[in-house]
Design a protein around this ligand. Sequence first.
Ligand SMILES: [Zn+2]
Length: 211
Amino acid sequence: MCNLLRVRWTITPAIPPQPWLVCAGCGVRRPFRCSGKARLNANGRRLDAWLIYKCPVCDKSWNRPLFERRPVQDISPDMLAALQANNPIWIRRQAFDLAALRSHAFDIEECAEIEIAKQVLNRPDGWSILHVELVVDLPAGIRLDRLLARELGLSRARLQSLRRWERLRLEPGRSDALRKRVTDGTGIMLDLACEPNRQMIGDAASGHSRP
Ligand SMILES: [Zn+2]
């Protein structure tokens, strides 16, 4: 379509989810931070591995089990190498594994702070419809309507009314998707033909200026 401004937003959460735990050092319940380090321990032919979290005040550690008493032969060579080298990419992926963290901590705080890289895929002259494609590799704790409002300079009420008039469409098109957290692969189609601020919104979507 030649009236389509197509952009891609790659969203990266700033910090991993933090479990709220009673600290064994200072005795107070606090959000523990992932240290970015893992620990591996051998027990004969079996291995234990933990991800290390720290109390933000007294630095006391909390070890989140990654696996326990697992036979060496059941661990993939890639995982073993990542653990031995404290591979930051692998560790970051574990730190963002919310389901695994939930099995060890009841109360988890997710940071809404994110970084966005905006890329223009196609910007024809005379475009009137904005299409935003989301790339979300790690879980990000921000709602879709908050993201769009902030990044496009539109109020959330305005987004709701655009949605009602079917000038805002989502793929997949779940009715409550605006109020849900952002997910990988979501497409947002915004018909701005009647919008006087179209160029400004387009610039904001393209990362050329802030609204
Ligand atoms: Zn502490």
